[in-house]
Design a protein around this ligand. Structure first.
Ligand SMILES: [Zn+2]
Ligand SMILES: [Zn+2]
Length: 325
């Protein structure tokens, strides 16, 4: 399991996992409050960075300001994932799209979200006579079963069906196994480029008769272990997701309530900190981040205490903090 560390900002000091050859992969918490507003807390949004790719997960009210605060240029976003259509997860989307439009964006933007989100956007812009100057691609997500949403050269993103009363999904970012590293010092200087390419792909280099010239396991070392991040948005305690998130390096899971509201949590399709930790323990994840704290609680310490009772490797999703995966 890859260890992860806190870093202050993904754009300033690049958070890199402990292996130097790993592509920088991090999540920055832009907001971890729940629906009711509270001073100095913000509604849900996270910025995931993988190499040069920027992904936004959920977009609560004011998210564009949180991005600017983190010195993450909104124009760098290419992929946006919306978990569900409760306002605290998407009311920041229209202003963000509008600003991107005014800013002269021309690059494609890929938006993934529940059925109906496209209609909301179209209606909003149609009534105000707005026009998009950049291609906005929308893909509706079904909350019935897990689906592959995005397949990039370095990673994939899958949906995680959740139990929240309305259609709601989480998102699982899985790095593809990195290519092996070539041991150049072991190879003669005059090795053809085609051989180097073959070895880098992890295959043996053969001669015309099919005999091995250079064995991949002798002239390469395996790349770093692939990493994964699961984001579980609003949900009731739901053991059905365990198989899908089994062994992820970092799990974010909502923890709206503490033990004192255990009954209420289930009634309103949310979780307690202890339940989030129980899932993390059952899914054998590396680390747990909890957030989506109800505004009724004035401090977060007891969320952590209750969660760590079940799963010690738990941290609070404190706004403004970045976590390298
Ligand atoms: Zn919410
Ligand atoms: Zn919700």
């Amino acid at each position: 399991m890859e260890s992860w560390t806190k870093a202050s900002n993904p754009n300033v000091d690049l958070p890199v996992a402990d292996k130097p050859s790993a592509v920088p992969f991090a999540v920055t918490i832009l907001g971890s409050g729940s629906a009711s507003p509270a001073l100095d807390r913000h509604q849900t949004a996270q910025l995931v960075t993988y190499g040069n790719d920027h992904f936004l997960i959920d977009c609560g009210e004011g998210t564009q300001y949180r991005l600017i605060e983190q010195r993450a240029r909104p124009s760098r976003l290419k992929y946006i994932f919306i978990s569900h259509l409760h306002g605290d997860h998407y009311f920041g989307l229209m202003p963000l799209l509008s600003s991107l439009n005014m800013g002269g964006r021309t690059e494609d933007l890929f938006l993934f979200g529940p059925h109906g989100l496209d209609e909301i956007i179209t209606t909003t812009f149609r009534i105000s006579n707005g026009k998009f100057f950049f291609p906005l691609h929308f893909q509706a997500i079904s909350a019935e079963k897990p689906a592959l949403l995005l397949d990039l050269p370095g990673l994939t993103v899958e949906s995680i069906p959740l139990d929240h009363g309305i259609a709601c999904t989480g998102f699982l970012f899985r790095e593809k196994p990195p290519k092996p590293k070539l041991l150049r010092e072991k190879l003669p200087d005059n090795v053809p480029v085609a051989v180097l390419k073959t070895l880098k792909e992890g295959h043996d280099a053969l001669d015309e008769t099919g005999h091995t010239l250079y064995a991949a396991n002798e002239y390469t070392t395996p790349g770093p272990a692939p990493r994964s991040y699961a984001y579980c948005s609003d949900t009731r305690y739901n053991e059905r997701i365990i198989d899908q998130i089994q062994g992820v390096d970092l799990l974010y899971h909502e923890a709206t309530f503490r033990d004192d509201n255990g009954q209420r949590a289930s009634e309103v399709y949310h979780c307690t900190a202890r339940q989030a930790a129980l899932l993390a323990q059952k899914a054998d994840v590396g680390q747990l981040l909890i957030g989506h704290f109800s505004s009724r609680y004035k401090s977060f310490d007891e969320f952590l205490t209750e969660a760590q009772d079940e799963f010690t490797a738990t941290e609070l999703a404190i706004e403004g903090q970045s976590f390298a995966i």
